[in-house]
Design a protein around this ligand. Structure first.
Ligand code: MBD
Ligand code: FE
Length: 257
């Protein structure tokens, strides 16, 4: 059976590309070079990076436009989320030689009415100081700066990691070559990724940043950077504390006959 949605979306994408080809009078040589580039991207494994770089923030804007009042803003998932990660309790695995300060991630997950949500799942992940993600790059272990937490009876989560730093997205492959050709940099601000799940609620994927940090306002991924998730650097007993509460939205009931 024909899929109307597929036809609608793909036709609109093709129309958008056609518009660009006409407007920029793209030559046949450029068109062939574009195809060769896409082949190279696919072979390099950087296809998710390329697409997220240009489009993840647009998907996120669509989501945020539909948020009910008070619901936390979404931000890019990025290419490095891993579903299958161990449950952690209190401490994420960090690199032995990590000279960054300890970072305490903590906060409360709530519904739209402010009720705390016990038993919610909170995925957190962040990169090494040189922009590598556990389970993705350089055969780093999957649970390096990455884990899955469950909120306690008061809807709270808490785990220790390390303060992330700004870093360049992978820039030695075809994505880096393209950005360089375009005269654009490859830096992302320091960030921590979160994904929150709870039965009966919409999944929330977002990121938290540091106030005054480099590239917060000049993200190579044209990030969303929700203002409420740009947090001051607060220290407590030698640890930086990111105290972040999230409000998730009840799932829309699907109409039944
Ligand atoms: C990242 O680490 C990231 O978070 C995003 C959104 C894109 C590329 C690399
Ligand atoms: Fe990231």
């Amino acid at each position: 059976m024909a899929n109307n949605r597929a036809d609608e979306v793909v036709s609109a994408i093709v129309e958008g590309v056609r518009h660009a080809v006409r407007e920029k009078d793209v030559t046949f040589e450029e068109y062939r070079a574009g195809i060769a580039y896409l082949m190279k991207i696919a072979q390099s494994g950087e296809l998710p990076l390329l697409v997220d770089l240009f489009l993840n923030s647009t998907i996120v804007s669509n989501i945020n436009e539909k948020n009910a009042p008070g619901v936390s803003p979404s931000d890019m998932e990025g290419p490095y989320f891993i579903e299958d990660v161990p449950e952690v309790d209190g401490q994420l695995k960090v690199l032995d030689d990590d000279r960054c300060d300890p970072l305490l991630l903590r906060g409360t997950i709530r519904d739209q009415d402010g009720n705390p949500l016990p038993g919610a799942t909170v995925f957190v992940w962040s990169s090494t100081h040189d922009g590598k993600y556990g389970g993705i790059h350089d055969e780093l272990p999957k649970d390096l700066y990455r884990g899955k937490l469950t909120t306690d009876s008061a809807g709270r989560y808490e785990v220790e990691s390390r303060v992330p730093v700004p870093y360049t997205i992978p820039n030695t492959g075809p994505v880096g070559a393209l950005l360089e050709m375009m005269g654009r940099h490859t830096w992302r601000p320091a960030h921590v990724h979160y994904k929150i799940r709870h039965d009966g609620f919409q999944e929330l994927t977002t990121q938290v940043y540091f106030e005054g940090g480099d590239y917060v306002e000049d993200d190579c991924c044209e990030g969303i950077v929700p203002p409420e998730f740009v947090k001051p650097v607060i220290r407590e007993n030698g640890k930086v504390v990111l105290d972040v509460d999230f409000t998730v939205q009840r799932a829309v009931e699907t109409a039944s006959a």
